[in-house]
Ligand binder design. Structure first.
Ligand SMILES: Cc1cc2nc3c(=O)[nH]c(=O)nc-3n(C[C@H](O)[C@H](O)[C@H](O)COP(=O)(O)OP(=O)(O)OC[C@H]3O[C@@H](n4cnc5c(N)ncnc54)[C@H](O)[C@@H]3O)c2cc1C
Length: 380
């Protein structure tokens, strides 16, 4: 006990959060609400406000951000409720529809402006008591690594990041559209690429001039071609891929891109350190679940630390393993599901194509299965 008290006195902070992305800032806010003294190591380069992505967020993530007083601070144009989801296979008979109304939900998910969410979190951090923003490492009882997929600190700890690189790349951008989005998310599984249009711009854009967040993933070579062509040629490729089913689509931002992989750290914690978010796991964005998993990590670690025995130090590996036990299984399950979908929809063999399109039609007719799938996506 005396050793613990001595080490506590030497530590300036209870927790050092390394990495100030959405997961890092959310963790800092969440732990500060317990009265813990937090140091948040902020980026040397401030990239805030430049992310063109729109994130699909589930009910659990929204509840976490609401609890942090961030969700209700977002402007109405930054959040759009998804009431319907329409998914198409690569044949006329293969499609799948999800509706919040038929499942007695107020919405299936929310689409959030990534840049605005980052800014709202940054403002909340600035005014939060117990959080000090630092620019270099400071001593702390526990270090939480939230540095994203390329975490240097994870590497310095010697933790292996097992990667399955797909050789695919996702292109993201903001789009305008001639039709209202009607709160409908659309996805086309077009072997081998996956095109998603996420309704964007809030309720106002539902019927008037609409916006969409684009996530279009495809093999690397095709992505490079689409990144190299001019806006007009890109718009016409987009119209061809969406078959004009969403109206006239035009680029309204730069195109940004990310290589795609499934990855997982072989160890998530050790004495005095723990991994969260993309530093621990990366999945394909086709199901829009990577950040939701990261925010579920934040909720689980917060609860684990809050419920610790009074004598147990924050950096105690036994304590941190309780958090890891809660998070590894759901993360692996989501990784397997997204990878399974990716392989299923990338297969070119006519028999597999026929089977998957029939499968989609079958699932479409099974309400209990659709309800189960929706619940899983809402609670990751
Ligand atoms: C195209 C695309 C679309 C996606 N869409 C969705 C979606 O709809 N829904 C969803 O849930 N998820 C989605 N995701 C996944 C989501 O983007 C990530 O899971 C999420 O952004 C991870 O957040 P993070 O804070 O863990 O990591 P990051 O966002 O990578 O943040 C890490 C932070 O740490 C900083 N950092 C790095 N190294 C250091 C260091 N050594 N010291 C200090 N700071 C450091 C970085 O600068 C950065 O600010 C998508 C991903 C892609 C690629």
């Amino acid at each position: 006990m005396q050793r613990y008290l001595q080490s506590r006195a030497m530590d300036s902070y209870d927790v050092l959060v390394r990495g100030s992305g959405i997961v890092g800032k959310s963790l800092a806010l969440s732990l500060a609400r317990q009265g813990l003294r937090i140091a948040l190591l902020v980026d040397a380069v401030d990239a805030q406000g430049s992310d063109v992505r729109a994130f699909a967020m589930n009910a659990a993530s929204v509840a976490l951000l609401r609890g942090l007083k961030v969700w209700d601070a977002l402007p109405a144009t930054a959040t759009t409720a998804v009431h319907d989801m329409h998914i198409e296979g690569d044949a006329a008979n293969g499609s799948l529809d999800f509706s919040a109304w038929s499942q007695r939900l107020s919405e299936l998910a929310w689409i959030v402006d990534a840049a605005v969410l980052e800014q709202a979190l940054a403002s909340a951090v600035k005014f939060a008591p117990h959080i000090t923003q630092v620019h270099s490492e400071v001593p702390a009882t526990l270090t939480a690594l939230c540095e994203g997929r390329a975490s240097a600190s994870r590497e310095a700890l010697g933790v292996v990041f097992e990667k399955n690189e797909y050789g695919h790349r996702a292109i993201a951008a903001r789009l305008t559209c001639s039709w209202g989005h009607r709160h409908t998310a659309r996805q086309w599984f077009r072997s081998p690429d996956v095109l998603a249009l996420l309704p964007f711009g809030g309720a106002k854009a539902a019927s008037g001039d609409a916006s969409y967040g684009l996530v279009w993933s495809m093999p690397e070579a095709k992505a490079q071609e689409l990144l190299a062509i001019d806006d007009a040629a890109f718009n016409s490729a987009l119209m061809q891929a969406s078959r004009g089913e969403a109206g006239e689509l035009s680029l309204a931002s730069e195109r940004a891109s990310w290589p795609l992989m499934r990855a997982q750290a072989t160890a998530w914690c050790g004495p005095g350190w723990v991994l969260l978010g993309d530093a621990a796991h990366v999945i394909h964005p086709l199901a829009g679940q990577g950040l939701n998993l990261g925010l579920a990590d934040v909720a689980a670690l917060t609860k684990t630390l809050l419920e610790r025995e009074p004598w147990r130090a924050l950096g105690d590996e036994k304590l941190l393993r309780r958090y890891v036990r809660q998070r590894v299984a759901p993360t692996q399950a989501m990784g397997r599901v997204t990878e399974g979908l990716l392989h299923l929809f990338a297969a070119e063999q006519p028999a597999v194509r026929e089977l998957r399109n029939r499968g989609m039609s079958l699932v479409n007719q099974l309400s209990p299965l659709k309800r189960w799938l929706t619940t899983r996506a809402l609670d990751s």
